[in-house]
Design a protein around this ligand. Structure first.
Ligand code: C5P
Length: 214
């Protein structure tokens, strides 16, 4: 599977469909978050599957253990490849999520990449999630080496905060696609630099060429 995950952070189904058509050659896994899921839920899942794509459902579950467990079961029944829970939900919640049979991959959010934190705090949360049976974490590119060292190379690290060129926005802990992959990211998540580009196909192609050859 290709390493770049495209975040379909758009309101409109048709816009999402257009982005999938334009970037299909370079992307296997598309991230569907609340913005699009609340607008066109099952329709967007079906469209991606009809195009032979996998889905990363990024709804960041953070609730009581029983509710999170049932949410993971519902996501499994939708047939998604991966989903997110929030590490601050705590040990019992994380264990409930990971106990679901035949479940998608679960990645836990450590600290949002729009927030300032320390690598030690991210590592502390990563170790907690690993001990609860979670498959990997969402972290900033800057924390990849410490997580891989502390949690092992089989523990997935998925990194948003990817900026081919620095732009002033809400992301604070950022890196280029190449440096994130060189540091060991299993997947990089990228949204606005592609979806807001005047030429999304070319933006996706440039990132694909930069990271898939590494
Ligand atoms: O547009 P941009 O490239 O910043 O998109 C990054 C995506 O990754 C957004 O959809 C955002 O919700 C998501 N994300 C993040 N930081 C996390 C977890 C998810 O930026 N810790």
């Amino acid at each position: 599977m290709k390493r770049t995950i495209l975040a379909l952070d758009v309101y409109d189904f048709k816009k999402a469909q257009d982005l999938v058509e334009k970037t299909s050659h370079y992307i296997d896994l598309y991230k569907v978050g609340p913005i699009l899921f609340l607008q066109s839920g099952r329709e967007i899942i079906k469209m991606l599957k009809d195009n032979g794509k996998e889905i990363f459902l990024d709804l960041k579950f953070h609730d009581i253990p029983a509710t999170v467990k049932r949410s993971v079961e519902s996501a499994r029944d939708l047939g998604v490849f991966s989903l997110t829970v929030h590490s601050i939900g705590g040990e019992e919640m994380l264990k409930s999520a990971s106990s679901v049979e035949n479940r998608p991959k679960i990645w836990a959010v450590t600290v949002l990449t729009s927030q300032i934190t320390t690598a030690e705090e991210v590592l502390r949360r990563a170790k907690l999630t690993k001990s609860c049976g979670i498959d990997g974490v969402i972290a900033s590119p800057l924390e990849i080496p410490i997580i891989k060292k502390g949690c092992g190379s089989n523990f997935d690290v998925v990194t948003p905060g990817i900026r081919p060129v620095r732009i002033e926005d809400d992301q604070k802990r950022v890196a280029t696609p190449e440096s994130a992959v060189k540091a060991g990211a299993d997947f990089i998540v990228i949204g606005r630099p592609i979806i807001e580009s005047p030429n999304p196909a070319e933006a996706a192609k440039n990132i694909y060429e930069a990271v898939e050859k590494l």
